[in-house]
Design a protein around this ligand. Sequence first.
Ligand code: PLP
Length: 401
Amino acid sequence: MSDLQSSALARVAPSATLAATAKARELKRQGRNIISLGAGEPDFDTPENIKAAAIAAIQRGETKYTDVDGLPELKAAIVAKFERENGLTYTTAQIHVAPGGKPVIYNALVATLNAGDQVIVPAPYWVSYPDMVLLAGGDPVFVTGEEADGFKLRPEVLEGTITPRTKWLILNSPSNPTGAAYTRAELEALAEVLRRHQQVWILTDDMYEHLTYGGFEYTTIAQVAPDLYDRTLTVNGVSKAYAMTGWRIGYAGGPKPLIDLMRKVASQTTSNPASISQWAAVEALNGPQDFLPERGAAFERRRDLVVSMLNQATGIRCPTPEGAFYVYPSIEGLIGKTAPDGTVIDSDETFSTALLEAEGVSVVHGAAFGLSPYFRISYATSEDVLEEACARIQRFAASLR
Ligand SMILES: Cc1ncc(COP(=O)(O)O)c(C=O)c1O
């Protein structure tokens, strides 16, 4: 079987987040009381008006193929969203819709990368970026955002990483896994560097746009630096903001030549995203938006609870992120200690495994996101569950000697 796997796929690692989730599920099946803080999706349900729009679409018979990269009605709703929320002007010919944010990004990479092309991936990164780059035949180049800089990419580090082979820079704000979000000034400083390197395209993944806290002013790079508009792909989707992860709708706005290439990829692979989901997304974007701040307030309370409780744990240091529903605490203070069962905590992976064994709390270790020794918690669950989980983490940290 050794020659079954393609050399392109052989470059790719199986998802570490899925592995952690599978382990937790297995322990649950054995009857253990497990709290899983690994999943990257809101616990809220899709709003009723959106579900109703999907049901109405089925009843109208909207059950056929649509245009490969999205219904005209959905593209119009996306154009209106970019104008209303981001001050970005696109025509419908500049919009790409696909079955999730993930395929939007993959289509862009497959459409543009040649062997030897480099894609700058700031770490800590969302697990799929490097592997999508590899599958598309490019080379990911990692740059680390330090905790002291809020895990964000500094302009001088970006400058030092760009080469003549750099094709893309991937930005993700607010970030999965750190929750860090770039301020307008920080984006302006990165734009200043990018201006000097005309060969670099910018893919900004704005999936968590609507999840920012404490009055944070959200901006995206094409808005802050209009001169980069012609080489920026602004990616977004309904999965996180509208609690629609299972519906599979993601979208992007960008220069028409790039959007045309992405449509060419979709036309020979996925074809259109589900017609019914597209009609649901039309309602999500055009319908009432008032539940967004309500849900945001719930997420903010959860963030504050988790940050406060983790900072009370021995040896754990948890920065306060600006957005998304993740925190990325450091366990530097626990490395080298020994658990009651004799396990020496020598890495964030050992920490996560030992925490799961001892206290039944499932988290994802930082190495999976390219920066150790940290771990990621998703706080998209109820305050009661989070309180119990953090109490268990405190107890585990205190038990280390
Ligand atoms: C940063 C980031 N981008 C994109 C996605 C993919 O979203 P979708 O479920 O719409 O494919 C995720 C989902 O976890 C994400 O965290």
